[in-house]
Structures are given as C-alpha cells and as structure tokens.
Write a protein that binds this ligand. Structure first.
Ligand code: ADP
Ligand code: MG
Length: 621
C-alpha cells in the first residue's frame, strides 16, 4: 500500500488531482454541519448578488438563493450520483463480463450480442430514452447513466476474463474440483479486480458529466433541488448578464472531472507492476551506457568481453549483476560459462548486444569487442545490423521466443529477411534447408507447422535454426537445453558441436550443468556473484579445480556408475548483488576462508589460460 502511494505521488499531476479531489470531498462531507444558508430559500429582493457581497460568498442566483450553499449541496449530490452510477455500472457490467468470458460458447454469444445492441445506440440518446420512459428525476437519471455504462464494463472485463479463463491456473482449479462460483470468486475475480478499479477510476468523471448533462436538460434533479447540472441549466438565461451564476458550477464541474481523471491516470500507472519494479514502461532499444574509466584496448579475438560491468538501478538500490567480467572466444571455439542461478550469466550474455532492459539496466564499464570493434555504446543501427546476423542468441524457453500465430517457415524467413534481401521462394527453401541442418525429420512438411504443433525438443531446434539462419560468427546460447530431457539434450549438444566444427562457429555456452560443459566446451569460466572466479581449459578445471566454489559445484554433479555416494550441496545461498561483501564474495560459504579473504579485493591470478580468483586455492595454478 505504501509502495502504491509512493508511486502514485511521484506522479505530480496525479498528486495534484488527489489533493483537489480530497479537498472537494472533505468540503461536501462536512456540508451538513457547516453554518450555511438554506440552499432552497428564495429571496427575490436579493436576486443576482455579485460574489463577496453581504454574507453571500459566491453571490446569489436568479431567485436570490445563496450560491455557495447551493454549490456545496449540489456538488454533494452530483458526486454521490456519479460515484453510485460508477459502482452500479462496474458491478453489473463486470459480473456480465466475467460470466460471458468464463463460460464462453453460447452464453457468451447471447450476452455479448445483447451488449453490442446496447452499444450500437449513441449513449446520450439511450440515456434520454431511458429517462423518457421512466420519467424525469434524479433516481431515474442515476439508472439511465448506470445502464448506458454497463456495456463498457462488460466488454472490457469479458476480454480480460477470456484471456484468463484459458490459463493453466484455472484448469488446475477445475481439476481440484472447485465449482464455477468458487473459481469465479477466488481465481478470476482477484485477477480482474485491478482492471475494474482502473476502469472505474477513469470513468467516474464521465458519469458525473453525463448526470450533469441530464440535469442540465431538466431530466435529472428537479427544482428546487440543486445539483451541478441543474445549476448550470438554470443559469443559462443569465449567462451574459450575470456570468457568475454559470461560472460557479462550471468551475466546480471542471475541477471535479479534471482531478478525477488525473488521479485515475495516476492510479492506472501505479497499479502497473512494471512501474512498481522500478522499470518505467518505456524500455529502450539498447541498454543504457554510462561508462566511467578507461576503455580496454582491442585484442585479436573474434568476440571479446572486457572488464564488463552491468548494474540494475532499482528504487535507489544498485544491483551489480556483472562486476568486471572478461571472456573471449576465437572462431570454432566453444567457451562454457557456468554458475548458480543468479550469478550474472544471462546479464553478461545480454549485455553483449545491448539487450539488457533499460531502465533499470545500465552498462557502467568495460567493452565488448566484435572483431575489434567496440559494441558498448555503439549506435542502435550498428547493433541492429549485428543482432541475429553476426551474433545470434539461443534462449532457454523456445515457446516464449517463437511467435504463436506464425508458421515456423515464416518466422525463419523473417529472421533472414530482416538482414538480407531474398525472395519469398528462396527464403522458404532456405528455411527448409535450415530445418534439415538441425535434423528435424520431414522438414518440407514441418516448415508449415505452428509452434504449438511441435514438441519442446523440436521447438528448441527451430530456435537453433533461427540462430543459424544468417550464418553468424558467434552464437550465445543461454541454457538452451535446461528445459529439455536428457536424450534431446544430448542430440542438441552434438548438433551444436558439429556446427562449430563444420562452420567455424564460435559458441558461448551458458549453463549450470558441468556435465554439459564437459561434453561440449574447450574452455570454461566459472561465475559467482557477477565475477569470474576461475577459468581454464575444461579438462584442467574439471580434473583439478582450483577455486573451492568450483570444487563444490563439481561435487554436486552425480556420476553414473559411480556407486552410491552422498551428493554434496553447497551450504548457504549466493549473495544478493546489491550489497556484496568486501573481498571474496564466496568467503561466507567457504570452509577454507580466512581473515585475509574479506580484507580487500581478490584478483584473478595465474598464467593464461588458467586463472583463479582465490587467495587459498585448492590447487596452485
Ligand atoms: P543467471 O546467472 O541465473 O543467468 P542473471 O544474469 O539473470 O543470472 O541475474 C544476475 C543478477 O541480476 C541476479 O541477482 C538478478 O537478481 C539480477 N537481475 C537480473 N535482471 C534484473 C532486473 N531486471 N532488475 C533487477 N535485478 C535484476
Ligand atoms: Mg540466466
């Protein structure tokens, strides 16, 4: 709640709206106990008194009634009717929307066609028709305004409900034997409630205006009762001669509607979870770069990540996800990057092509050189040309990276066509060839499949085919086999291995599985809390791990045929990167830690390609 209020008040306009609306609400709430003149007492002698004259703060109207008193009583009535109409319309409309969206099929059809019919009338005409049928009066105006707004809520909420009703957690609730009412009340309603609140906060303003409109036409509140609309209506004939009688209710309507709308916008923004996490809703096309310090010099590697530092600025805290990481690959080489979840592997990988979401991500130091050219801070167009063409990514979850509504072939063709001009026929035959390359059986038929028609392993192969589409020089694979079963994983790994041998492809392979590294990688780098703690040729690191962390990680891998042994787990949890300890970040979990480990910076030591960031290594390197 406090987070919500803080976000809300960070928006100046919303805060202003809240203050104005709060003041008005306070005034109308205490109106009955204020020492005001009677709003309906006429005094013909005192007609059209100007504001600030003898006891009439805002003057008097055409019947000599005190305008200030009428204004407060009228506002009270208008707000009450507007808010009541919004509540009624939201309740009925949402109920209709939820029922239609949840049950679907014929029920949905019948209900929504009815709603469509209501929506087909211009709504002020519809409101007029309803009041004409029921007779003028405030209560009938309330009914009319609620009724014309029901379809708006019904349509909105139905759309949201249809999306939710197909989700797994609703299926799970059904499987658990819950009844429809229970599912609607406990599973659906909490999810649509924020939307209802937002829709309401943005429509109360209209409803107040609509009620005022009906009263203005003499169909709402009846004389002598004052509401804002009827005050305006009565003042119409004196608009030129005595403008204050129109200005007073007019300004009040303006203030109310304006403040409600500003506040409504603020509420909508503050309820958006992306805002709550500190990320503003407008991500940039490339990661923000604020580099301090020197930029490392070029090397002759194909892709070199040099002293890379990437951090997230979230609500005043700084999370140093990557703290000075250096990695490099040559053509045809496979480099493994391994570490526990949260050690900064993905952020390192995404920083290469400026794909870290910004805000909150910022690259604060280092360089990423592709064939010697620094990509950090490079113009968007430079990065765009290389993304997917020279440097391609394979992500963990193929279902979320493939578009559900396009055929596989179209998506492969698009990957090629965004970088090279080729004809549709060429693109198709190229797509088929790519599917064959990643050993998808019956590629000619599969090319016309949708993602949902393929198995997880096949989709991941499509992901790899897409990465290969433009014959890139480097592939960065971020846990590409984690979601797959072991047999499919083995096939994918051997496929990647063949590809790098045949095409001289350089691969950066991110994983948390030493078994995978052993199968595929020439060299391996071990990451912990955003830094490399050990690196070297795979065999050397596996046989003689130098860093205590690496040794513990390897001990976590079960061995087939190794007999029964207790699998070691590493005690404790990786540190949160917003408050890293001084010195070695692993020291609190390390059984070999000594006082000097936390005394100062621990550097990478050793002779290339072997290095370890430890003062008391298991093995000297
Ligand atoms: P992994 O090694 O599992 O791939 P990541 O690179 O995804 O780990 O994350 C590294 C660290 O960065 C984690 O501590 C994570 O909490 C933090 N992090 C990642 N993305 C964000 C974000 N958008 N906002 C704040 N922190 C983030
Ligand atoms: Mg990751």
């Amino acid at each position: 709640m406090t987070v919500f209020l803080k976000l809300l008040f960070r928006n100046r306009l919303a805060a202003m709206g809240a203050v104005v609306l709060g003041a008005i609400l306070f005034l109308v709430l205490i109106t009955p106990i204020l020492p005001l003149l009677d709003p309906d007492t006429t005094a013909t002698a005192d007609r059209f008194k100007r504001p600030f004259t003898d006891g009439h703060l805002l003057g008097t109207d055409h019947l000599g009634r005190d305008l200030f008193s009428r204004l407060l009583h009228g506002t009270r009535l208008s707000l009450a009717i507007g808010i009541a109409a919004a509540l009624i319309a939201a309740t009925i409309g949402s109920a209709i929307g939820i029922v239609a969206g949840y049950f679907g099929g014929r029920i949905d059809n019948v209900i929504m066609r009815g709603v469509d019919m209501l929506m087909a009338f211009p709504y002020i005409l519809l409101a007029l028709a309803i009041v004409a049928a029921l007779g003028p009066g405030l209560m009938n105006a309330l009914i009319a305004v609620s009724a014309v707004n029901v379809p708006f809520f019904a349509r909105n909420i139905r759309g949201i409900t249809v999306g939710l009703a197909g989700r797994e957690f609703i299926d799970a609730a059904r499987l658990a034997g819950m009844g429809h009412t229970r599912i609607i009340l406990t599973e659906l309603l909490p999810n649509v409630l924020p939307v209802i609140v937002i829709a309401m906060s943005t429509t109360v303003g209209w409803m107040i205006l609509e009620t005022a409109g009906l009263s203005f036409l003499g169909l709402g509140s009846q004389p002598p009762q004052a509401d804002l609309g009827s005050m305006l209506g009565e003042a119409r004939s004196a608009m030129i001669s005595h403008p204050h009688t129109s200005i007073v209710p007019g300004v009040m309507i303006f203030l109310i509607v304006m403040s409600i709308n500003l506040l409504g916008d603020g509420v909508r923004d503050a309820l958006d979870p992306r805002l709550r996490s500190g990320a503003l809703s407008r991500p940039r096309a490339t990661t923000l770069v604020e580099r301090q310090g020197d930029i490392p010099a070029a090397t002759d590697d194909l892709l070199a990540i040099q002293e890379l530092e990437t951090q997230f600025n979230v609500g005043g805290r700084i999370y140093r996800a990557v703290g000075g990481v250096s990695l490099a690959v040559k053509p045809g080489e496979c480099l493994g990057v391994i570490g526990e979840s949260g050690s900064g592997k993905s952020v390192t990988a995404l920083s290469v092509m400026g794909l870290v979401a910004s805000p909150p991500g910022v690259i604060t130091g280092g360089a990423v050189r592709f064939q010697g050219e620094d990509l950090i801070g490079a113009p968007y167009e430079t990065l765009r040309q290389k993304r997917g063409d020279r440097v391609a990514y394979i992500f963990q979850d193929p279902l979320s990276t493939l578009h559900p509504l396009y055929r596989i072939g179209q998506q492969l063709a698009e990957a090629i066509q965004s970088h090279h001009k080729i004809s549709p026929a060429e693109a198709r035959s190229r797509a088929i060839q790519l599917l064959k390359d990643v050993r998808i059986p019956n590629a000619e038929a599969r090319v016309d499949n949708f993602p949902h028609e393929m198995s997880g392993g096949m989709r991941q192969r499509v992901g790899i085919a897409m990465a290969l589409a433009n014959e890139p020089d480097v592939i960065i694979a971020d846990e590409p086999t984690t979601a797959l079963d072991v047999t499919v994983q083995a096939q994918i790994l051997s496929l990647l291995d063949d590809l790098r041998r045949d095409r001289g492809l350089a691969i950066i392979f991110i994983t948390h599985d030493f078994g995978v590294v052993a199968q595929l990688c020439d060299r391996v780098a071990v990451m912990y809390a955003g830094r490399i703690v050990e690196e070297g040729p795979t065999k050397a690191v596996l046989d003689t791990p130098a860093h205590p962390y690496t040794k513990r990680l390897i001990a976590c891998v079960p061995e087939l045929g190794g007999g029964r042994r207790e699998l070691a787990a590493i005690p404790g949890l990786p540190p949160v990167v917003d408050n890293l300890p001084r010195g070695c970040a692993f020291a609190p979990r390390c059984d070999k830690a000594q006082d000097d480990c936390t005394a100062g910076e621990v550097t990478l030591q050793g002779s290339a390609p072997r290095a370890v960031r430890c003062l008391h290594p298991e093995e000297a390197v």
